[in-house]
Design a protein around this ligand. Structure first.
Ligand code: COI
Length: 354
């Protein structure tokens, strides 16, 4: 990479912001005016540019189209009460993107480039960051291979892009999840820890089957025995039994969620008991059956804190009781929102004003 990060900016002649109804934002349907693009060629990242959001063209022999050589991040920007834009833990996304990239033979993207690209783009499109409660600007940085070559080998060329879109809730209601014991998302030595496109492609069919049975999402179990809970399709999962938060360790098969870490950090700060350990399907189903499962919820950037209303396992569906009574998940959702929107002291230094 060159020493200076010189980003050229080509602005839209007319903003598309007029098409946005901030009181009714569908998830990821309307994209902001601009996007960031950079190319990796001859061993370095170059051609840093912000251009109007538009289609891109690739060769039909593009290796990502054939082999999913692509990794991505999900992050959000919020407005504080003064109308200033706050990013939530962007450095964590910059780091995780590179962890995912290494597994796919994608070259490292310098964190300063990530941050400069991100902050320049978000400043330019700051009017796209909505301020209505429950809304935010979803930010999708991603890298994909661009070699015109259908042989199997690591790519020589890549594109890094950032696109953004205002969003409301990813799940508009508490979710019903099915514990999946036939299909697998990840296995030791595989790509489960990476935010790689192929992980999500492979989850579509099992999730479609679950949807046909009335579920919104799956809870994945380990590929070897299907006896241990891993994560959900769009988020990590946590349970509360005996006033203790229980969640699977972010090992090789589980995405190391930034929201997961934020929730555990707050819980620790509040003196909650936490167990990051292998979680058996049996103990969760038993607790759901006998009423000792106090709370179950998903945690993710897009999903934020998603209450789990019902859990399906084999032929049974367990109703987990009223959402209003879920003390911890409601409190952590509220508190995270206050931190992200600058309403309380940011004691963990999580937000970055752009
Ligand atoms: C995110 O939470 O940002 C994700 O990338 C999950 C995706 C399924 C929307």
């Amino acid at each position: 990479m060159t020493d200076t990060i010189d980003i050229s900016i080509n602005k839209v002649s007319q903003s598309n912001i007029g098409t946005l109804d901030v009181h009714n934002i569908p998830f990821a349907k309307i994209y902001s005016d601009h996007m960031f693009e950079a190319d990796y060629r001859d061993g370095e990242w170059k051609n840093f540019r912000i251009v109007p959001y538009q289609n891109i063209s690739v060769s039909p022999a593009n290796n990502t189209l054939h082999y999913a050589i692509t990794v991505f991040e999900g992050m959000k920007a919020y407005k504080n009460e003064d109308g200033e834009v706050l990013l939530f833990r962007p450095e964590a996304n910059a780091k995780r993107l590179n962890i995912s990239a290494e597994r796919m033979c994608i070259p490292e993207l310098p964190e300063e480039l990530f941050m400069e690209a991100l902050t320049t783009l978000i400043k330019l499109d700051s009017q796209w960051v909505p301020s209505v409660p429950g809304t935010s600007l979803y930010i999708r940085p991603f890298i994909f291979a661009t070699d015109e070559y259908i042989g199997i080998r690591p790519s020589d060329t890549f594109k890094f892009m950032i696109i953004t879109c205002p969003v409301g809730a990813y799940y508009s209601a508490p979710v019903n999840v099915k514990i999946e014991t036939k299909f697998s998302r990840a296995f030791q030595g595989g790509t489960g820890f990476a935010k790689a496109g192929g992980n999500y492609a492979a989850s579509l069919y099992p999730a479609k089957m679950a949807k046909a049975q009335g579920f919104d999402q799956l809870i994945w179990t380990d590929a070897e025995t299907h006896q241990y809970i891993e994560e959900s399709g769009t988020m990590n999962v946590m349970f509360i039994i005996d006033n203790t938060i229980i969640t699977a360790p972010a090992s090789g098969t589980i995405l190391k969620g930034i929201t997961r870490d934020s929730v555990l950090t707050l819980a620790r700060d509040w003196g909650m008991k936490i167990e990051e350990r292998k979680v058996t399907v049996k103990e969760i189903v038993e607790a759901a059956k006998n009423g000792t499962l106090q709370e179950a919820f998903g945690v993710g950037t897009a999903a934020t804190i998603a209450h789990i209303a019902r859990i399906g396992f084999e032929d049974e569906v367990y109703d987990l009781g009223p959402i209003e009574e879920r003390e911890f998940s409601n409190k952590v959702l509220f508190e995270l929102d206050r931190i992200k929107t600058g309403k309380v002291e940011d004691k963990f230094n999580w937000t970055l004003k752009v």
